[in-house]
Design a protein around this ligand. Structure first.
Ligand code: ADP
Ligand code: AMP
Length: 217
């Protein structure tokens, strides 16, 4: 099963993908997490990606496609994709890769949210550099301030969650990523629109309800 989660930065893709992965027994593949782990490990890919990430721009398609094709292969095509595809070129390559493997996208979820909500979501986000758990200083606080509930490591603010980079990331989304929705509707995919301004658990329930319908349809 392959599920794709779309939506702007801060919409809640990572938060919801973790829950989807658990419920439907899928591997959560976050392109951002994979890039950050490459950077932490000092790989060539991590070095090439750094300047794009730090300035809120997209990492070039070819690097991302190679990285994600490998990850999807390791997940044996049972995955929930978070942050990929982010361009129409990536979406086309994903389709080709899946059809080569005799697979297809089973569901596309689009998290709909206004830009005005996103800035606070992103600047208030705190993440665990060790296990990628996601928190928020207002809406999802860890039990002990600044410490990851899951692995006990110190939480950090992502450097690209600072206000000036956040602004650029939202621009990048509107200029390059929003068109991915049009790519899929043009190909007659059904997109499951979700109101992502509701609380985390309400959004989870909305997604589960739509996906359960699809699975049992
Ligand atoms: P994305 O992966 O789309 O960039 P995240 O899942 O990392 O977004 O969420 C961004 C921030 O917003 C995190 O701090 C998260 O805790 C918080 N968040 C996610 N979903 C909601 C929600 N429905 N309501 C309030 N805060 C949320
Ligand atoms: P994220 O963790 O999804 O917010 O991604 C963090 C950063 O990684 C983005 O701002 C981009 O610089 C880069 N990135 C993640 N996924 C992609 C992608 N599919 N295409 C291009 N760049 C990406």
């Amino acid at each position: 099963m392959v599920i794709v989660l779309l939506g702007p930065p801060g919409a809640g893709k990572g938060t919801q993908c973790k829950r989807l992965a658990e419920k439907y027994e899928l591997v959560h593949l976050s392109s951002g997490d994979i890039l950050r782990s490459n950077r932490a490990n000092g790989t060539e890919l991590g070095k090439k990606a750094a300047e794009f990430m730090d300035s809120g721009k997209l990492v070039p398609d070819q690097l991302i496609i190679e990285m994600m094709v490998g990850a999807i292969e390791s997940a044996k095509g049972n995955c929930v994709l978070d942050g990929f595809p982010r361009t129409v070129v990536q979406a086309g390559e994903l389709n080709e890769e899946l059809s080569r493997k005799g697979k297809k996208i089973d569901a596309i979820v689009d998290l709909i949210i206004d830009d005005s909500v996103l800035e606070r979501r992103l600047t208030g986000r705190r993440s665990c550099p060790a296990c990628s758990a996601i928190y928020h200083i207002d809406t999802l606080k860890p039990k002990v301030e600044g410490v990851c509930d899951k692995c006990g490591k110190k939480l950090a603010q992502r450097t690209d969650d600072k206000p000036d980079v956040v602004k650029q990331r939202l621009e990048t989304y509107h200029q390059q990523t929003a068109a991915v929705v049009g790519y899929y509707t043009g190909k007659k995919y059904r997109i499951l629109d979700i109101d992502a301004e509701k609380s985390i658990s309400e959004v989870t329930s909305l997604i589960f309800a739509k996906l359960d319908n699809l699975v049992t349809a």
